[in-house]
Write a protein that binds this ligand. Sequence first.
Ligand code: FES
Length: 278
Amino acid sequence: MDYEIAEHKELVPNVHFLKIRAPLIAQKAQAGQFVIVKVDPKGERIPLSLAGWDKDDGTVSIVFLNIGTSTRKLAALGKGATIFSCVGPLGNPSQISKYGTVACMAGCYGIGALLPTAKALKEAGNRVIVVIEARSDYLLFWQAEYEKFCDQVLTSAFDVTGQRQGHAPDVLKDLIAKGEKVDRVYAVGCTFMMKISAEAAKANSVPSRVQLNPIMVDGTGMCGVCRVMLGNQKKFACVDGPEFDGQEVDWENLIKRRSAYIEEELRALSAWECKSYG
Ligand code: FES
């Protein structure tokens, strides 16, 4: 069965939003879950967090960074094109409860991926502060989406264009230093940002949740590729996660495993580009 692209937007340079017609997935989706997409029969299987879904419309949405061969193929598809497979919803839903004040750190694709979790936290009765980070102001997106339901939306950029220069956790540190009582931190984005968010939370004795993004193959607990270490315990991000306690994650191990195939990925990308553009 092919899955039709119902909508495709480039939100900011290199970050894409896709709405995919997948009615069965839309019926069951919950905040924090993901899908595994295979663009064509010979393509790799890539895990992509759900950024939204519409049960009535029968669509699910993803936000992704155009960074490798498969995401380049995805980014090249327009409305009405189809992808070979879309499996899901996979993984466990986010841990949602009434904690008090929750600070949500979002960066890159995570600005999309964190939206359902932030909404669910708000619906559970929390005060939700979201901090969106990007390299520069012009790469920030979805502030308006978050402003619809969050109590506060803050931004940071690595250069001097954002409200605060630095990473999202720097804003978290500012908030706590100013006396804001934060009861829980959620972080979704690049591994480094999630790591430093968990560290900033730990330094202030605040529990944290992170949605990990290791390499995956089957997404159902069979191949072991998505193995992550939580203390001395082995976990499979696809079936035990993808959301985990940020203070337990072995970040160095995760960073190493995520970069294991960089050379092969670069070779695949240049081979695909040579074939596609001559
Ligand atoms: Fe294979 Fe998780 S992706 S076990």
